[in-house]
Structures are given as structure tokens and as C-alpha cells.
Design a protein around this ligand. Structure first.
Ligand code: PAF
Length: 284
């Protein structure tokens, strides 16, 4: 496995490796790799001849009050994980390597980029799209892998690829859960045992909605009302069925149920891609 730190080294390494019609899979990460990231990397290995992972804690997607310096950076163990998964190249740049002074930024769409996560973290998606586009332009991947857990991020990256005519196939990978069903997240380590137990009400509420849908219940407001009853013990930031442009919808088919709860002041995202349940042929 090669670990490269400069853009120049990355481009020349990939030029050397990517001969003929070899396909290249790319998984951008901010490190602190968990089983969710591992599933993206494994899929990239399965689908492509060459697999590249970037590890970069991107400062432009943090808001001024969010503590960038506290973001976990277990680089040694991240590299071990990449090595064990057979990653070919890890790109590990510095902030200076990725950003010029007074650099050009991508603007997230005015609606999609400023609702839900974007409303609570204005400007966050400008930072995400800017860094992802910079990486795409350096790596020129055939396939790029993102988790469905960050639904809004995935939808906007798909939109950017379409709007900016990039020849990249974006692959959205299913959300991965821990043994107790908590969705994997780098933030989970901040939860106490008690907090973690409390947080499980969200996955239970989503599973119960999934069961109801499989049993033929299609009334979105009924599904939402029932689920919210079981979330009485946590602070719910949002819990909505949305379409792929992030408009709240009452049409169940092809919607995504996006949810954030706050436990011990930690924001926990989870979601249910109703289209996946439908397309698995399980219901509706
Ligand atoms: O999902 C993440 O870890 C980050 O937002 C990403 C896509 C690596 C961009 O910094």
C-alpha cells in the first residue's frame, strides 16, 4: 500500500497504476475509520482494479463553533485498516496541500444545501462539495463510494456530479449498524453507556416503521406520528420523509426518512431509504 501526501505524488502514482482500461474506486474519508467506512472500501475493492482512500479532516466543512481540533485522528490504526483491506493508495494530504489562500469554493444548492443538516450547519455542504470536487479532479475515479447514512451529503454529491457533468459513478452504500443496531458513526465514542442505550430508540423507531410499511401501511403522517411517540425520551431535531430534492413529502414510494436525535449533546443521524425497501420487492 502506498501512502502519498502531495497532490503531485498522487497524480503521478495513479498515472503509473492506471494503465489501459483499469477501473479506479475512490472512498473519501475523514479517518477514524469504522465498519461503515470498511464496507465502502470493501465494495470499492470488489468493483475496481485499483482502490484509493483519502484521509483528510476537511476544515471547510466545520463551522466556527465546531471544534475541528477535537475531531479524532487515529491515523496509525486507520492506515492498518486500509492495509488489511488491500487498499492500493492512501492519500493523506495536509490542509495547506488541499487549500490555496483565498481559495475558490463550490456553493451548495440554495435549497438542498440549507435545509436539515444545512440549516443547522450553514455552509457545511459548501465545504463538503468543495473538497469532494477537488479529490474527484485529482483521483479521476471510475466509481466513488459514499454511505447512505449521510443521506443529504450523498444526494448533493449525486447532484454535483450531474450538474457539473462529471464522468463518475457515485455508489451509495447501505448504512451499517453496530451489534446493538446503533448506526456506525465516529461520534458514537462520545456516548456514555446510558446515552447509548437511550439512543437505540431511534433505530427501533425506524425498524418499526419498516415493519409497518412491509405490512402495507403507506400513510406517511400516521407512520411519523406513531414513531415520534417512541422518541419521547430524546431530543428530536428532525424526523421527516423527504424526496430526493429534500422536500418533505407525503408520497411514501421513493422517499427517504431522515432523522437526527440529540443525546448527551451528541447529534446522531439515522435514516431509512424507503426506495430500498420497495425495490427489494418486500412491500408496496
Ligand atoms: O463523509 C465524510 O466523511 C466527509 O464529509 C467527506 C465526504 C470525506 C468529505 O470531507
Amino acid at each position: 500500500m502506498l501512502v502519498v501526501k502531495s497532490k503531485h505524488e498522487l497524480v503521478s502514482t495513479l498515472k503509473r497504476l492506471k494503465t489501459g482500461s483499469k477501473t479506479l474506486g475512490f472512498t473519501p474519508t475523514m479517518g477514524a475509520l469504522h465498519l461503515g467506512h470498511e464496507s465502502l472500501i470493501r465494495q470499492s475493492k470488489k468493483d475496481n482494479d485499483i482502490s484509493v482512500v483519502s484521509i483528510f479532516v476537511n476544515p471547510t466543512q466545520f463551522l466556527p463553533h465546531e471544534d475541528l481540533s477535537k475531531y479524532p485522528r487515529p491515523i496509525e490504526s486507520d492506515l492498518k485498516i486500509c492495509e488489511s483491506l488491500g487498499v492500493d493508495v492512501v492519500f493523506l494530504p495536509s490542509v495547506e496541500e488541499m487549500y490555496e489562500k483565498d481559495s475558490i469554493k463550490v456553493s451548495a444548492p440554495k435549497f438542498m444545501g440549507y435545509v436539515f443538516e444545512g440549516f443547522l450547519r450553514p455552509g457545511h455542504f459548501d465545504g463538503v462539495l468543495s473538497i469532494v470536487l477537488k479529490f474527484f479532479n485529482l483521483v479521476l475515479p471510475t466509481n466513488a463510494y459514499f454511505g447512505k447514512k449521510d443521506a443529504q451529503q450523498l444526494l448533493m454529491i449525486e447532484k454535483m456530479v450531474k450538474d457539473l457533468n462529471l464522468s463518475i459513478n457515485v455508489v451509495g452504500m447501505p448504512l451499517i449498524r453496530d451489534k446493538d443496531n446503533l448506526a456506525f458513526s465516529s461520534r458514537n465514542v462520545y456516548l456514555s453507556n446510558e446515552g447509548r442505550k437511550k439512543a437505540l430508540c431511534l433505530s427501533s423507531a425506524l425498524f418499526s416503521i419498516e415493519d409497518k410499511i412491509k405490512n402495507g401501511i403507506k400513510d406517511v403522517s400516521l407512520l411519523k406520528k406513531e414513531a415520534l411517540k417512541s422518541l419521547w425520551d430524546v431530543e428530536v431535531e428532525y424526523f421527516e420523509f423527504v424526496d430526493r430534492e429534500l422536500h418533505i413529502t407525503t408520497k411514501l414510494e421513493d422517499s427517504i426518512l431522515i432523522a437526527v436525535i440529540r443525546v448527551e449533546n451528541i447529534r446522531l443521524l439515522d435514516n431509512l431509504w424507503i426506495s430500498d425497501i420497495v425495490h427489494e420487492g418486500k412491500c408496496i
